[in-house]
Design a protein around this ligand. Structure first.
Ligand code: AMP
Length: 126
């Protein structure tokens, strides 16, 4: 069920629970700023989510409220994880769903890293 990207942060969301260690995940990478783990329902051979450790509902929330250090730490980590996954040479796609029209389902900002095969059109025809 899509969520609004503008609601107050709800720390019972599934990614908050993963960050607190209450729910297991298949971690790929972790540092001071992010946790990266395999998506539970992969849409491609490689499908990893990178989430900031801070409480941000969506890209809108993160880009407006995160500190410069958090934003830099997050973006650098996304690049690092994609490289770690061996996706740089064949290429990959980054997706950040924000709000209802995007289909965002988890109200904790996350970047999808998707790759491992040619990915086709950027946005499917409706
Ligand atoms: P979005 O639609 O952008 O909010 O994406 C949410 C993503 O989170 C989906 O691709 C789900 O498959 C993924 N997801 C949901 N629960 C889990 C979980 N427990 N562990 C890993 N990925 C999850």
């Amino acid at each position: 069920m899509p969520v609004s990207g503008l609601s107050p942060y709800d720390d019972s969301n599934i990614f908050a629970r993963i960050l607190r260690g209450e729910i297991p995940n298949r971690t790929v990478y972790e540092d001071e700023w992010v946790l990266a783990f395999h998506d539970i329902g992969p849409q491609a051979p490689t499908h990893v989510l990178v989430i900031p450790k801070g409480p941000y509902v969506s890209f809108a929330d993160f880009s407006a409220k995160a500190s410069d250090a958090e934003i830099a730490g997050f973006m650098r980590a996304v690049g690092k994880v994609a490289k770690l996954l061996g996706l740089e040479e064949p290429g990959y796609r980054l997706i950040a769903n924000m709000g209802e029209h995007s289909g965002q389902e988890v109200p904790h900002f996350h970047m999808h890293i998707v790759g491992g095969r040619p990915l086709g059109r950027m946005v499917p025809l409706a």
